[in-house]
Ligand binder design. Structure first.
Ligand SMILES: [Zn+2]
Length: 398
């Protein structure tokens, strides 16, 4: 029996160790992460004001209002001046976009919106310009009506950090990534008066070069879907090495300083793998189920959503679902905390003992629950009798 246990533990050693190193949260945490806001359609202003009103109706046990992080896009094509050979952008602090920026700043001042870097554009401009040569819909997008929605671009072209004019996509030259990252982080700081600390790669496609460039300009945390995609395959599907990413994990990318010294970029990852898209039929119950599951596993709940839910026809349903979700979450979890994603990341980085389990017993309890999420582990543990030992440990730590 002990031999079977040893073999099973050995087989899962890496994954069990990764679960052990992932911080265990002591309190339920909820943050709604909403992408794609910023430079773009002007009706975002009324949508943002309506979301702000809903968020302000809900406070956590410490009096903090509900929070929505906004993955901000800092610029969009200037359709009036862009030509087939020259791309021109409108940046979010252009006077024409004042209603949108005012609504963003209003929510930030009220403590409900927290801006995060989603990208200068939601695409790599040279790739879109090149694609327009052969794709008339893309050409019309670039030079047609003002404030085109990036959601309307072909999916592969919505990835900023690859050249998807052809598929499979091509990597971008590192020097171009460096220049683009420097410009977008400087633009973010100029517009919001604070450095971008959290970045959300568009369509979750990015690589080491992007991490290094962001890190050089103050980005500390990257939001991930629990893995990293680095390109698009022949049919445009995101592809990566498939490696699982855990909350709070450090990136392996290194930074080389001007004096030649190499150091870890210091970037840490967050995992956002729960979804709340009311326009796709996700209701408050679904969000609440995600909160329950994450809380049981000692994890924060980062709920992914997008602006398309809150603009036009779906908006009313989405606002209602958000309001319901927040009401029910507060009722079900009196100790619930509304934290920004950066606050969540900081708590894990510094092992804040008010929020993160630092006692062995609590960590062990979280780890035992998480072992049930490993594929086939629970079944093999039952077959070998290891489950009984784990069950006894669970009773002891309860
Ligand atoms: Zn996006």
């Amino acid at each position: 029996m002990p031999l079977a246990w040893a073999l099973l533990l050995l087989l899962y050693a890496k994954r069990l160790a990764a679960l052990w190193h992932e911080p265990v949260w002591r309190v339920p945490v909820l943050v709604v992460e909403s992408d794609d806001w910023g430079a773009g359609p002007l009706d975002q202003a009324t949508a943002l004001a309506a979301i702000q009103a809903v968020l302000l109706r809900h406070r956590d046990a410490t009096g903090q209002p509900a929070k929505m992080t906004l993955g901000v896009i800092l610029a969009v094509v200037d359709t009036a001046t862009t030509t087939a050979s020259a791309y021109q952008r409108v940046v979010l602090d252009d006077a024409r976009l004042a209603p949108v920026l005012d609504a963003l700043r209003d929510g930030i001042a009220a403590g409900v919106f927290v801006p995060q870097l989603h990208g200068m554009e939601h695409y790599w401009p040279p790739a879109v310009l090149a694609a327009a040569q052969t794709d008339s819909a893309v050409a019309a997008w670039l030079t047609g009506a003002a404030w085109p929605a990036t959601e309307a671009l072909p999916s592969a072209l919505q990835s900023r950090w690859i050249d998807a004019r052809v598929l499979p996509s091509l990597s971008l030259p590192v020097a171009e990534i460096d220049v683009a990252a420097a410009l977008e982080t400087a633009t973010f700081a100029r517009i919001f008066g604070q450095a971008a600390r959290v970045a959300v790669p568009t369509t979750f496609v990015w690589n080491d070069a992007v991490e290094r460039a962001w890190a050089m300009h103050g980005v500390r945390y990257i939001v991930t879907p629990g893995t990293r995609h680095t390109g698009r395959d022949t049919v445009g599907k995101p592809i990566g090495d498939g490696r699982l990413i855990r909350n709070g994990e450090r990136s392996h990318s290194g930074v080389r300083y001007p004096n030649g010294e190499r150091r870890n970029s210091g970037i840490r990852y967050l995992v956002r793998d729960q979804y709340f898209e009311p326009a796709l039929g996700h209701d408050a119950a679904r969000g609440l189920a995600a909160l329950a599951r994450q809380t049981l596993l000692g994890r924060p709940t980062l709920l992914e959503t997008h602006r398309f839910n809150f603009i036009g026809a779906p908006a009313e349903v989405a606002l209602h679902a958000l309001d319901n979700l927040l009401s029910q979450a507060r009722a079900a979890y009196p100790t619930l905390r509304f934290l920004s994603t950066e606050q969540i990341a900081e708590a894990m980085t510094h092992m804040d003992s008010a929020l993160i389990e630092t006692r062995l017993c609590g960590r062990l309890r979280g780890w035992l629950v998480r072992t049930h999420t490993l594929p086939r582990f629970a079944r093999l543990a039952r077959l070998t009798g290891l489950a009984l030992l784990l069950w006894m440990m669970q009773q002891w730590t309860a």
